[in-house]
Write a protein that binds this ligand. Structure first.
Ligand SMILES: *Cc1c(COP(=O)(O)O)cnc(C)c1O
Length: 429
C-alpha cells in the first residue's frame, strides 16, 4: 500500500492558498479521483514523493525530460549558467546557439524566436499569421490542445456550425467566433471551414496529437491540409510543442515530407526549464518586431539559464544517434505488453507509439479523432491508473494524455511495468 499521509496534508495546505491546490489543473488527479502525490525529488527514470514512495515516472514532466530527472550534464550546464547571472534582458550568445541548432535540424525553420511557454509560442504564432496574411480567422481541430490563450479555449458550437463557442468562462464570444473548428483526420471538415470563411489566416494542428491521448494524423491528411492551405493562401502551423524532439529528432516532420510555414516548440527544447519557441520561413518571421511590425516581446524570453538547459539537452540528443531507436523500442515493448495482457483478460485496448511517445485507450475501436477518443472507458482507465500507482508506476492521470519513456529507462523497467499491468488488468476486467 502507498503511504499517503504527508501528501494528503500537503494537498490540504496547498488548497488553502492555491486554487485547487495546484498550478495547472491536471495535476489535481481529479479524473482518477485520488490525492496527487507531492513530489520530493527525481532521479533518472524515478520520482519519489514526500511520503517516501518511489515510482517509475512515465510522465516526465509531461514531456520535457527526454533524459530523465536530474540529468548530470543538464544539471552541470544549468549550474554553470546560474553562476554567471540569472537574467539580463539583453542578448546573450547562448540564444543564437540554440536557435542555430534548431534551425539546422528543421528545414522548415529558417528563423526562430524564443518565449517562455508553449502557450506563448502558439499565441504568438497565431498573431504572426494574422499579421502576415492580414486575415482574422483561424482553424483548429477538436481535441488538439495548444495552450490556454483565449482564441484557443473553444469548443464545438450547437448544430453543424464550424464556428466555435468559448470552452471557458472569461473568454469573449466575439473572440472565439474567429476560431473555426474541424475534425482531426477529416479533410472534408477543413474544406467546410474554408467554405464558411474567406478570411482564414492559418490552420493550426498538432501533427501528432498528444492532448486527446496519442492520435497521430494520417500522412495523407497532412498532405491534403498543405494543399488546401496553399490553395487558399493560409498559413499551416505545426504545433510540435510536445512532438518536437519527442516523436523523432524532427518531431512529426520526421514522419512526413509536408513542410509547415510555422512550427511551435516547447517542452523538450527547454530540457525542463520554461522555454517555448516559434519559427518558420524567413519571409514570415521577418514580420516580427523589430524587423517588422507584428509586436511580440518577453522580459525573460531567451533566458540564459533556460537556454543553457535547452542547448545541452538538444546537444545530447544530436550526439546520441541511437537515442530514438532505443526510446522507440522501449515504448513499443511497453505497449505490446499492455496490449497482450489486455487481450488475455478480454479487455478492449487500443495502443499507439510515436518515438518516445505512447498512448493507450480502453476502447473497442482505433482512435482517429476526438469523438473516437471520447468513447473510451474512463472509469476503467481510472482503475488501471490507481492499480499502477499503487504498485509504483506513475502514469498520466487522464485517459486523454500521452505517456513518455526517457533515456534513463531500460528494458528491465519496462518488463517490470508490464508485469504490474498484467496484475492490474486482471483486477479491472
Ligand atoms: C503542452 C502543450 C502546449 C502548451 O505548452 P505550455 O508550456 O504548457 O504552455 C501547447 N501545445 C501543445 C501541443 C502542447 O502539448
Amino acid at each position: 500500500m502507498l503511504k499517503r499521509k504527508n501528501s494528503i496534508k500537503a494537498y490540504a495546505k496547498a488548497k488553502e492558498c492555491i486554487p485547487g491546490g495546484v498550478n495547472s489543473p491536471v495535476r489535481a488527479f481529479l479524473s482518477v479521483d485520488q490525492t496527487p502525490p507531492f513530489i520530493a525529488k527525481g532521479k533518472g527514470a524515478y520520482i519519489t514523493d514526500i511520503d517516501g514512495n518511489k515510482y517509475i515516472d512515465f510522465v516526465q514532466s509531461w514531456g520535457p525530460l527526454i533524459f530523465g530527472h536530474a540529468d548530470k550534464d543538464i544539471e552541470k550546464a544549468v549550474v554553470k549558467a546560474v553562476k554567471n547571472g540569472l537574467s539580463f534582458g539583453a542578448p546573450t550568445e547562448v540564444e543564437t546557439k540554440l536557435a542555430k541548432t534548431i534551425c539546422s535540424i528543421f528545414p522548415s525553420v529558417q528563423k526562430i524566436r524564443f518565449v517562455s511557454s508553449g502557450t506563448e509560442a502558439v499565441m504568438s504564432a497565431i498573431r504572426l499569421s494574422r499579421g502576415y496574411t492580414k486575415r482574422d480567422d483561424i482553424v483548429k481541430f477538436k481535441g488538439c490542445y495548444h495552450g490556454h490563450s483565449d482564441s484557443l479555449l473553444v469548443q464545438a458550437g450547437s448544430g453543424a456550425a464550424t464556428f466555435g463557442t468559448p470552452s471557458s468562462p472569461g473568454v469573449p464570444e466575439e473572440l472565439v467566433k474567429h476560431t473555426l473548428l474541424a475534425d482531426y483526420n477529416d479533410i472534408k471538415s477543413v474544406e467546410e471551414c474554408f467554405k464558411a470563411s474567406d478570411n482564414i489566416a492559418c490552420v493550426l494542428i498538432e501533427p501528432i496529437a498528444g492532448n486527446m491521448g496519442l492520435v497521430p494524423a494520417d500522412i495523407e491528411f497532412l498532405e491534403e491540409l498543405r494543399a488546401l492551405c496553399d490553395r487558399h493562401g493560409a498559413i499551416l502551423i505545426f504545433d510540435e510543442v510536445m512532438s518536437g524532439f519527442r516523436a523523432s529528432l524532427k518531431g512529426a516532420q520526421g514522419f512526413t515530407e509536408v513542410t509547415p510555414d510555422i512550427v511551435t516548440f516547447g517542452k523538450v527544447i527547454g530540457g525542463g526549464m520554461p522555454v517555448g519557441a516559434f519559427g518558420g520561413k524567413k519571409e514570415i518571421m521577418s514580420c516580427l518586431s523589430p524587423e517588422g511590425d507584428v509586436y511580440q516581446a518577453g522580459t525573460l524570453s531567451g533566458n540564459p539559464v533556460a537556454m543553457s538547459a535547452g542547448l545541452e539537452s538538444i546537444g545530447k540528443i544530436v550526439k546520441n544517434r541511437k537515442l530514438y531507436n532505443k526510446l522507440s523500442s522501449l515504448a513499443k515493448a511497453l505497449m505490446r505488453g499492455f496490449k497482450k495482457s489486455a487481450v488475455k483478460e478480454g479487455i478492449p485496448l487500443q495502443v499507439c507509439t510515436r518515438g518516445s511517445m505512447f498512448g493507450f485507450f480502453f476502447n473497442e475501436k482505433e482512435i482517429k479523432n476526438f469523438d473516437d477518443a471520447l468513447k473510451s472507458d474512463t472509469k476503467r482507465f481510472a482503475a488501471f491508473h490507481r492499480g499502477m500507482l499503487e504498485r509504483g508506476f506513475y502514469f498520466a492521470c487522464s485517459q486523454f494524455e500521452t505517456g513518455f519513456v526517457c533515456d534513463a529507462m531500460n528494458e528491465k523497467m519496462i518488463q517490470k511495468t508490464i508485469a504490474a499491468a498484467n496484475e492490474v488488468m486482471k483486477e479491472i476486467k
